[in-house]
Structures are given as structure tokens and as C-alpha cells.
Write a protein that binds this ligand. Structure first.
Ligand code: NAD
Length: 542
């Protein structure tokens, strides 16, 4: 169970509490209380003695020196997790579900601390960080309350009624490796692991290097909720090295990140014949139909495109608008976008926060510059805003984007959207289905039935009608994941937990064997069996 909870992160202003650390740059004004950071970083399984400095996208303020794990440390993390897993799997399902409900309460109670840390590490707007808290709470509650529905052993029809009793059990895979990205540090750290734990697995997590502190606080909360400390290990380090070691030891891998890395993970898992789920990139389309409520759609488009500064796998980067409403929609969308408050701070007033890093800023800038150089028009935005924060980029709406421009088909993963007109809904569906990705789509119309019919024709794993992504993402019973190059497998719902289990069938034969009896010949036995198969069919048996 939990040790003493360290003090909070030091709230809103840069603090320099704690003695200077001569090993590191002792002159820097650290954003977080050092003893608080030390309480978190001790959870990293690391014997290398190496650390890397991490700074906040908010003003470049130093945050921590993070211990690094070697491949041997990853092996040690798996050994610890494996020892712990057997005991954890032996606890009752109700005990495990109760721990998740305690986690639900803990994340809600400690939301200020969690949000502070997420914002320091990612530079996102506070409101976007809050949604991570809400999503973790939703996920913990959903799986706790549906534990028996998903995991109880169940009877299925045996070969012969009465004579064959068959049952199916859900057996944990063992130790699950979770490799996660930086864009939703708290959600990505916890939400895929919650069902893995509930199913009786242990976890070794490798969060992205940029958002380790949030992932470490998440591990601390799991322990406080009653999950054995060793059942959730955290390792840190460069993706190819440490992530590769995860694939080498895991019984199952849950990966979230780019399509390019996802392919490598799939190859590594295929080599070891272990399963994996891959939640990958997208170039998500939004369709505004001719009967849409233009103002609601414009407001929705702002959320769809600029939430988390566009660094959201399910956010929209292609916007197809019906001819009949195009001009009105564009006016409303542009003016709402221009009204957004930008910034990089802990303040609730920020509507759109910073990008996380120089690398993200470089990609976004390159996509916009390439489009403009090839003739695209910037309706609003298009500029880096170092006056607001080192990586702040304006929310950007482009028109006249063509297939030769990078942002036409490649994921930008930033606050940039391309607007296109369409003339018929068939054409809109066809263009939405263009390209290799198939993660999320959004359809806006006053006619829900029509919207749902169009949704069924779009080749994406989730489609939201009159919402951008929140309706599917927040409906935990609904599976979430990508078609085509956007992924394999699903999180959420039954699929989101069954991926962490093996189905084991146990059948017991009673009274008579499934073989000739009483000296019967094989030929007679075949006739008896055929007659009984016909009878079972007449009785309507499956
Ligand atoms: P990335 O693939 O570079 O990194 C993701 C994770 O993989 C990180 O932890 C990284 O350290 C690790 N990694 C990198 N190389 C590795 C390797 N060779 N072996 C093992 N692990 C390795 O992704 P990124 O660019 O940091 O994240 C953004 C991408 O993630 C975007 O494409 C976005 O769409 C996608 N994403 C998808 C979802 C989803 O649910 N579908 C959610 C969030 C982000």
C-alpha cells in the first residue's frame, strides 16, 4: 500500500524549494518542488545512474532530471511484475474492481495536482488537461462496474445437451507492456492499463520521455488505490531501445503512437507470436451537410480541430462543407477561431495551449509553409507566437489545399485544418474515405437518421454525429480504435478488456464418450451421430 504522499507539485508559480542539487544545474529555477519530483522519479526502474533533463513547454522552465532505464532494467521490471502478477490474479474480481473505484475517487479528489503536472509537462490548456482526469474516472468506473459482465466464466452449449458441459474462462495474459505517447499524458498512462489490471494482469509501462512525471504520479495513485506496487512498473528511456525491450519481454503489447512505430511494434510481436493492439495516427475528416446547424457546426469545428492544440489522434484535419452552407460556415468558423485565447500557462482562461516541443513546432510550421508556398490561402492563423510561449502556434485554417501539399494527406498533429467544398454527399463520403487512415470522423446534420446512415459509409473506427470525438470517446461501452492504417484492435468496451485475456474452454464429457459405444462399429456410430445431428438441428440448437 501507499507510502506517505509527497507534497503537491508547488502549484502555479516557478518554485525553487529544496536544497540546490550539485549534480545538476543548481542555478535553474525549477517549476516543481524537488522533493515532490524525487518522490515520483524514484519509481522509475533504473540502475544506470543516468538522467536526462526535462523542461516545460511553459517558458522552458526546468522540471526534473529523469532516471533512464537500460534493457536490463526493463528485464528486471518484467521479473518484478511477473512475481507480483500471480498474487494479483488470485485476488477476487470484486477486490480488483473496488481498487478501480478507489482510483476513480482519487483522480477526482487530486485533480488540481494532476492538472498542474499535465500542464507543466505538455503546455496544454488547463481545460484539456481536465478532460484527461474525467476520462480516467470514466474508464475506471466503467470497467469496475462491468467487471463481471466481461470477465465471469460462462457456460456455452456443449456438443450434446446434458452429456457435454462446456464453459469458457477469461485467463489473464500475464504481464502487459504499454507503450504510450505524450499527447494525453494521464489518459495514455492509465486508461489502457485499467482493464489490463482488472483482468488480473500486471503491467510494465513505458510512457513517452516528455511526460514521465504525470505517468509516475499515475503509478503512485494506482498504489494508493490498492494495486500492489510491483504490479505496475514504470521504465523510461528512448523508444527504440526501451520500447524494443518491452516488446521482447511482454506477453501482450498495447501501443499508442505513430503508424510508423506501430508497424515496427507489430513486426516485433509477430516474431514472438504475441498479440498487440495498435492505436495509431489519423487524418480525420469532418463533414458539414447542407442541413447542418451552421453555428453549432462551427462551434463544434473549433473543438474538433483545436482541442489540445490539434495534438489529438481523433481531432479533425480535413473539413468538407456542403456548397449550400460553405460561406456561412466558414465565416462563423473563422470568427470563432479568432476569438480563442492562446497561451502557455496554468490559467483556466487559456482556450488553446502550446505545442509540446520544438519538434512539434517544426512539423506544424513546415506543413503550413509548404501549403502556402504551393498556393494555399491562410484564412486565419499561420504564425508561430513566441511572445506567448516558445512553442505556441496560432490556430490555422487553410483553403485551397491540393494533393501536392504535405498537409493534404499527412497527419500534421497540430492546430491546422484544410477546408474543402463538396457538391454531393456521395462525393463527400468518397473524399472522407480517401487515403490510408481510418481513425475518427464527424458528421454534422439536423437529421440524426441521415447522419447515422452517412456514418455507416465512412471507413473509420469511430464516427461522431453532431460531435467531434467526445461522444464516442466518452461512451466507454463503445470500442475505440482505427481501421486500415490507423490501427489494430480496440480500447474501451468488451474488446478493450478481452484483448488482455486468453479465452480458455473447458468441456466435461459425461456418461458416454464421443466415440463408438457398446461394441458399435464405426459405420453404425456414424449413422447414430448423423441422426442425432439432424435431431439437434430440428430442435433449433446452435
Ligand atoms: P511515436 O510513435 O514516435 O511514439 C509513441 C511511443 O512509442 C513513445 O513512447 C515512444 O518513445 C515509443 N517509441 C518510439 N519508437 C519506438 C520503437 N522503435 N519501439 C518501441 N517504442 C518506440 O509517436 P508520437 O509521434 O510521439 O505520438 C504521436 C502519434 O501518436 C500521432 O501519430 C498520433 O495520431 C498517435 N496517437 C494515436 C492515438 C490513438 O488512440 N489512435 C492516441 C494518441 C496518439
Amino acid at each position: 500500500m501507499s507510502e506517505q504522499t509527497p507534497a503537491g507539485p508547488g502549484r502555479r508559480g516557478p518554485l525553487t524549494d529544496g536544497p540546490p542539487d550539485p549534480e545538476h544545474d543548481s542555478t535553474a529555477a525549477y517549476a516543481l518542488d524537488r522533493s515532490y519530483v524525487a518522490g515520483l522519479t524514484r519509481r522509475v526502474v533504473s540502475s544506470t545512474g543516468e538522467t536526462v533533463p526535462v523542461a516545460s513547454p511553459i517558458g522552458g522552465t526546468p522540471l526534473a532530471h529523469l532516471p533512464q532505464s537500460s534493457p536490463a532494467d526493463v528485464a528486471e521490471a518484467f521479473a518484478r511484475a511477473r512475481r507480483s502478477q500471480a498474487g494479483w490474479a488470485a485476488t477476487s474480481l470484486d477486490q480488483r474492481a473496488a481498487a478501480l473505484l478507489r482510483l476513480h475517487d482519487l483522480v477526482l479528489d487530486r485533480q488540481e495536482e494532476l492538472i498542474d503536472l499535465v500542464v507543466w509537462e505538455s503546455g496544454k490548456a488547463r481545460k484539456d488537461a481536465y478532460l484527461e482526469v474525467a476520462h480516467v474516472a470514466l474508464t475506471a468506473r466503467y470497467y469496475a462496474r462491468t467487471a463481471h459482465e466481461h470477465l465471469d466464466s460462462r457456460r456455452v452449449g456443449g456438443m450434446f445437451p446434458v452429456l457435454t458441459r462446456a464453459e469458457v474462462h477469461r485467463v489473464p495474459k500475464g504481464v502487459v507492456g504499454i507503450i504510450s505517447p505524450w499527447n494525453y499524458p494521464l489518459t495514455m498512462a492509465l486508461c489502457d492499463g485499467i482493464p489490463a489490471l482488472l483482468a488480473g494482469n500486471a503491467v510494465v509501462a513505458k510512457p513517452d520521455a516528455q511526460t514521465m512525471l504525470t505517468a509516475l504520479l499515475a503509478a503512485q495513485l494506482l498504489e494508493e488505490a490498492g494495486i500492489p506496487a510491483d504490479a505496475w512498473q514504470v521504465v523510461a528511456g528512448p523508444g527504440p531501445e526501451v520500447g524494443g525491450a518491452i516488446v521482447a519481454h511482454a506477453d501482450y503489447v498495447c501501443f499508442t503512437g505513430s503508424t510508423a512505430t506501430g508497424r515496427l511494434i507489430a513486426q516485433g510481436c509477430a516474431e514472438r507470436l504475441i498479440g498487440c493492439s495498435l492505436e495509431l495516427g489519423g487524418k480525420n475528416p469532418m463533414l458539414v451537410l447542407r442541413d447542418a446547424d451552421v453555428h453549432r457546426a462551427a462551434e463544434g469545428a473549433v473543438r474538433a480541430v483545436f482541442s489540445n492544440a490539434g495534438q489529438l489522434c481523433v481531432s479533425m484535419e480535413r473539413l468538407y462543407v456542403a456548397d449550400q452552407v460553405y460561406d456561412r460556415f466558414v465565416d462563423a468558423f473563422v470568427s470563432r477561431t479568432q476569438a480563442l485565447t492562446l497561451g502557455a500557462s496554468q490559467d483556466w482562461s487559456v482556450d488553446m495551449g502550446s505545442l509540446i516541443s520544438q519538434a512539434q513546432l517544426d512539423t506544424v510550421t513546415a506543413h503550413v509553409e509548404d501549403a502556402v508556398a504551393k498556393g494555399a490561402r491562410v484564412l486565419t492563423g499561420g504564425r508561430h507566437r513566441p511572445d506567448l510561449g516558445p512553442f505556441v502556434f496560432e490556430p490555422t485554417i487553410l483553403e485551397g489545399v491540393s494533393a501536392d501539399m504535405t498537409c493534404f494527406g499527412q497527419e500534421t498533429f497540430g492546430p491546422v485544418v484544410s477546408l474543402y467544398r463538396f457538391h454531393s454527399e456521395d462525393e463527400a463520403v468518397e473524399r472522407a474515405n480517401d487515403g490510408g487512415y481510418g481513425l475518427n470522423a464527424s458528421v454534422w446534420t439536423r437529421d440524426g437518421t441521415r447522419g447515422r446512415a452517412i456514418a455507416r459509409r465512412i471507413r473509420c473506427g469511430t464516427v461522431n454525429v453532431n460531435e467531434a470525438y467526445g461522444a464516442t470517446f466518452g461512451s466507454l461501452g463503445a470500442p475505440m480504435g482505427g481501421m486500415r492504417e490507423s490501427g489494430m484492435g480496440r480500447r474501451q468496451g468488451a474488446e478493450g478488456i478481452h484483448r488482455y485475456t486468453e479465452a480458455q474452454s473447458v468441456a466435461t464429457q459425461r456418461l458416454v464418450p464421443i466415440a463408438p459405444m457398446f461394441g458399435m462399429s464405426e459405420e453404425t456410430n456414424a449413422k447414430v451421430l448423423t441422426a442425432s445431428l439432424r435431431l439437434l438441428d430440428k430442435l433449433g440448437r446452435a
